[in-house]
Design a protein around this ligand. Structure first.
Ligand SMILES: Nc1ncnc2c1ncn2[C@@H]1O[C@H](COP(=O)(O)OP(=O)(O)OP(=O)(O)O)[C@@H](O)[C@H]1O
Length: 567
């Protein structure tokens, strides 16, 4: 692997004209000369990646404090962003009248953003979009794209689209966080298609990185649908493409890939990414996970060496370390957050179910399917072995189930997704391989059969339901072993507006009447005492010889009485 400065500095070879002011400041500051030494995520180095990341961020912070202004994403830039926003261009013509108008516009924008729960930081943030028609009046959008938006039934932009689209159309770098299912894909595809304007054979012009093949396939399909009527070459980086094409001569308008595939193509010194004008890192926090960043992302972003490249990061979860990194690598970027950062979508009704043990989980699942199975249902498990195991169990039941995990071939994975989309299977058992970004229409319920291993995993998993304004349900089963991790999830539930939710107790029929019911009840109280459930009103659902006996909305103080009634 070729050595050199990391990707983080790929964009630092400025367009000297465009950034003359910054360059002057940069020259004045001697400390900034060694910036490229700060971060050496170069493969083969023996440094601990996590330590490298922490030390990198610290160094950047120090340098930022020392005044390397050109690199501080939130520093107000003296030059106006090269916005194509005509309203703002007017300001330069007239003196105080224009200034007044600009101030009014800024106020109107603030009110509008508040209405849609949009939070922005950065200098000269372009006005949000009121309607899709503004794409044409403000930015000269071509008719094919407006037609395609209408054909999709998209009547008005979602909040993330309202703000991220004008930002990217103004050639500003952007990192954006908005809830699952809120239309982030269109928020980066639409400005990309508009900026590329028409098909060209001038190398690879735009790259979208997605963490999984399934998501890359889905994004390619969405991109082609949106580009219908234009002759753009939109390519998915598949194994066959790598095998059958001379990548050194390869060109396309938009290339969509997983980091691994693209990195392999670069490593064999075949593919030329030096002309890429737009780079999107979708599910950025997943891509930036330490192992990935070192191995796959750094070489790709580094290879995209065009000095005027516009990079953007999108995700429903944006942890602080990704923000820190984004702040230090992007120039004059705009941060767009919709709603509260790192929370689950508010349109999902969330429940916790205490299943006691592993056997209890299977019982709870069977019981709830017997009572009411409202397909499509997605079930997440923690590993491929768990997926195979549960698939084996459900195969004996009268349920049309499919399974997807990384041990399956590419075709088998595609078939599992297609069958679920087509309604041939009602229930899809999956590992986290499809937890992010996948847009299955109308999933009614997500079941976390195995407890998610992080808050982010929880948010993305349950985000497969309740999309595009629809409602959905998410049920998380837990056992005694999961209790230490419960508070994190309970807090996420609370943060997403889940005031009341149910904790259900599943009890094996032969256990009813003995002490285990009371034991489980005591456990619930114990968890509550741990502070997990202050906000939750408990509802008991107890299996009794195959029948459900339900006690709902039991206020805390009278719970013991209700529980004894149940027993
Ligand atoms: N303006 C719009 N109006 C109505 N529906 C829309 C609009 N934009 C996108 N959608 C639909 O919303 C759904 C979710 O969009 P998308 O997959 O882009 O969400 P996302 O924010 O990327 O979610 P995730 O975080 O899970 O990746 C899709 O079915 C898409 O077709």
């Amino acid at each position: 692997m070729e050595k050199g400065p990391s990707f983080l500095f790929a964009g630092v070879s400025f367009d000297k004209k465009k950034f003359a002011t910054d360059l002057a400041r940069f020259k004045e500051n001697k400390e900034s000369e060694n910036l490229a030494d700060d971060f050496s995520f170069v493969e083969g180095e023996k440094t601990d990646p996590e330590k490298a990341m922490v030390s990198f961020v610290k160094k950047r912070k120090r340098k930022s404090i020392a005044g390397v202004e050109g690199f501080n994403v939130f520093k107000s830039s003296k030059q106006l962003a090269p916005a194509v926003d005509k309203e703002k261009e007017k300001v330069e013509d007239g003196p105080s009248k224009a200034k007044k108008e600009l101030n009014k516009q800024i106020e109107r924008d603030a009110v509008f953003r508040k209405k849609y729960n949009i939070h922005v930081s950065g200098a000269n943030v372009p006005s949000p979009l009121r309607t899709f028609a503004e794409l044409s009046s403000r930015f000269g959008c071509e008719s094919y794209l407006l037609r395609n938006l209408a054909e999709h039934g998209y009547k008005e932009p979602t909040p993330i689209q309202r703000q991220a689209i004008p930002v990217l159309l103004s050639d500003r770098e952007c990192f954006a966080c908005a809830p699952t299912g809120s239309g982030k894909t269109l928020a980066f595809l639409c400005p990309m298609l508009m900026k590329l304007r028409c098909a060209s054979k001038d190398g690879i012009r735009a790259v979208i990185l997605c963490p999984t093949r399934e998501l890359a396939t889905q994004t390619t399909r969405e991109c082609k649908k949106l580009a219908k009527g234009n002759k753009f070459q939109i390519k998915l980086m598949k194994k066959e493409l790598v095998r059958s094409t001379d990548l050194s001569k390869f060109s396309c308008d938009i290339l969509i890939s997983t980091p691994l595939r693209l990195r392999l193509a670069i490593r064999r010194k075949k593919i030329d990414l030096s002309r890429v004008e737009y780079l999107v890192l979708d599910e950025a926090d997943k891509l930036f996970e330490v192992g990935n960043l070192l191995k796959h992302i750094d070489p790709v972003v580094k290879a995209c060496s065009n000095p005027s490249i516009v990079r953007s990061l999108f995700s429903a979860t944006l942890p602080d370390f990704v923000e820190e990194l984004a702040r230090s690598i992007m120039h004059d970027a705009v941060r767009v957050i919709v709603g509260r950062k790192n929370t689950a979508s508010e349109s999902i009704k969330q429940k916790l179910v205490f299943a006691g043990s592993e056997e209890g989980k299977l019982l709870a699942l069977r019981q709830s399917f017997a009572e009411s199975l409202n397909p499509p249902v997605l079930i997440f498990v923690q590993s491929k072995d768990r997926a195979k195991e549960l698939y084996g169990e459900l195969a004996f039941d009268d349920i049309r189930a499919g399974v997807i995990h990384s041990d399956l071939s590419q075709t088998q994975r595609e078939n599992a997704v297609d069958d679920f989309r087509a309604g041939k299977t009602w229930v899809l058992i999956a590992t986290d391989v499809i937890a992010r970004g996948m847009d299955f229409k109308g999933v009614n319920c997500v079941i976390n059969y195995d407890f998610p291993d992080s808050g982010a995993a929880y948010i993305h998993r349950i985000g497969r339901t309740g999309r595009a304004g629809r409602s959905g349900e998410a049920i998380t089963l837990y056992t005694e072993d999961d209790i230490p991790f419960l508070r994190n999830i309970a807090n996420l539930m609370k943060a997403s507006g889940c005031e009341k939710t149910a904790i259900m107790l599943y009890q094996h029929p032969h256990e009813l009447g003995n002490m285990s019911m009371s034991r489980n009840y005591v456990n619930i109280l114990k968890h509550k005492a741990m502070g997990c459930y202050e906000f939750i009103s408990i509802c008991f659902t107890v299996t009794s010889c195959g029948k459900l006996l339900q006690i709902t909305g039991v206020p805390y103080r009278s719970k013991s009485a209700a529980a004894s009634t149940a027993l």
